[in-house]
Design a protein around this ligand. Structure first.
Ligand SMILES: NC(=O)c1ccc[n+]([C@@H]2O[C@H](COP(=O)([O-])OP(=O)(O)OC[C@H]3O[C@@H](n4cnc5c(N)ncnc54)[C@H](O)[C@@H]3O)[C@@H](O)[C@H]2O)c1
Length: 363
């Protein structure tokens, strides 16, 4: 079994990864060391293929186990879904001696982690990420949250899982489109920290296990240095100020990975406009997004609404937007204050463009 340890000040945990790990009793044996009762939480759409076989394996161990699921979609990452799931657990008398097993994408791990953080003042949880995005990003770092109509991920906690179990085989059923959503977070990791990883991603025709682990290692490196986002962890927010505002402005109808691709484009452009990033490097990022077809149909963006949500961004200080920007490919700078006018102009240019040629942006 291969593993990667996340070394934090007070609590460390491991990411175990292997082909077909999901069908291995290793996960169940590990969970049984943590608790006596188990709640598996998953998306409705993958309940039968992935969560049910796991549930049945738990049953074979003669333990108390419950399988809960909720509708797919960002619009369901809400306090209402959290309450619904908690009530199912309370109704069946799940006490502090219970473990949550989150099996699914980032929506499942974010909401399950938040339940674990607050259920009876805190119970343990583990994550089995089943999307590329959750494997490389959402499953580590302990950020848990739900969305609100006032903005994305505004209510939540930092609460780390006891372990993460990655089975690469589950990616075989993941759509090409969802693979692209994960690639966007991998691109973010490359842009903020590792130039060579950008070029690895650029030339690779498919996402290999090695690329997944390389991406995870970048996130590991960041959160180990700054678990609570006081400094370097803010780098991971690159692209996210804009993308979260886009998601909220569209009522969470655009998925995170797609909104993040726009967020990366616009925040890279801002990096250029603020004289941190050269035009040549901005162009490379734009061409990456274009070549990998990550800038997809964006429907009807409302600049005004995006600006409104940016004003409520949780990273604002004294009411001013603070962005993480790029100085180079693989090098980022945090806490950059940006004036509204720059943001408005960048949104106007990037969101309305037909993207014929990257020269369009040179101004
Ligand atoms: N906590 C963090 O640090 C962190 C980091 C990045 C993103 N996020 C959050 O993650 C969420 C996005 O996560 P996501 O992109 O995984 O989306 P998601 O959780 O919505 O999953 C995407 C879709 O894929 C389906 N699916 C999942 N696994 C599958 C599989 N193996 N085969 C077939 N279908 C499968 C799901 O049912 C869902 O419809 C956002 O809410 C975002 O805010 C959190």
């Amino acid at each position: 079994m291969k593993k990667l340890k996340i070394n934090l000040k007070h609590k460390s945990y491991e990411i175990f990864y292997k082909k077909n790990l999901l069908h291995d009793f290793f996960i169940i044996d590990f969970c049984q060391k943590l608790a006596n009762n188990f709640v598996i939480i998953t998306h409705k759409s993958i309940k039968n293929i992935y969560a049910k076989p796991l549930f049945e394996n738990f049953l074979k161990k003669n333990v108390k186990v419950k399988l809960l699921s909720f509708e797919d979609g960002e619009e369901n990452k809400t306090i209402e879904t959290k309450t619904y799931l908690e009530e199912q657990m309370l109704k069946d008398n799940f006490t502090k001696d219970s473990l949550i097993i989150a099996i699914g994408g980032g929506i499942v791990s974010d909401i399950s982690g938040f339940i674990a953080a607050t259920y009876m003042r805190g119970i343990s949880y583990v994550i089995i990420p089943t999307t590329l995005l959750a494997m490389v990003d959402a499953s580590i770092g302990g950020k848990t949250a739900v969305n609100t109509k006032y903005g994305k991920n505004l209510i939540g906690a930092i609460y780390h899982p006891k372990a993460v179990f990655i089975d690469f085989e589950v990616l075989k059923t993941l759509s090409n489109d969802e693979m692209k959503n994960g690639l966007v977070e991998m691109l973010k990791h490359a842009l903020i920290m590792k130039a060579f990883f950008f070029y690895d991603l650029l030339k690779s025709k498919k996402i290999t296990q090695n690329l997944i682990i390389d991406s995870l290692k970048i996130k590991k490196q960041v959160i180990e240095k700054d678990e609570n986002e006081k400094s370097i962890r803010k780098k991971l927010n690159f692209g996210h100020s804009i993308s979260h505002a886009i998601e909220a402005s569209l009522n969470y109808k655009m998925v995170h990975g797609k909104a993040l691709a726009w967020g990366i484009l616009i925040e890279s452009y801002l990096s250029y406009k603020m004289n941190f990033l050269s035009y040549k490097n901005f162009e490379k990022i734009y061409n990456f997004l274009k070549q990998k077809q990550l800038l997809v149909n964006h429907g009807k963006f409302s600049k005004d609404l995006i600006i409104d949500f940016l004003k409520r961004d949780k990273k604002n200080i004294f009411g001013k937007n603070r962005f993480t920007l790029l100085k180079n490919i693989g090098k980022s700078i945090i806490n950059v204050e940006i004036i509204e006018n720059h943001i408005v102009n960048s949104l106007a240019l990037c969101l309305e463009v037909k993207h014929v040629s990257s020269n369009y942006y040179r101004s």
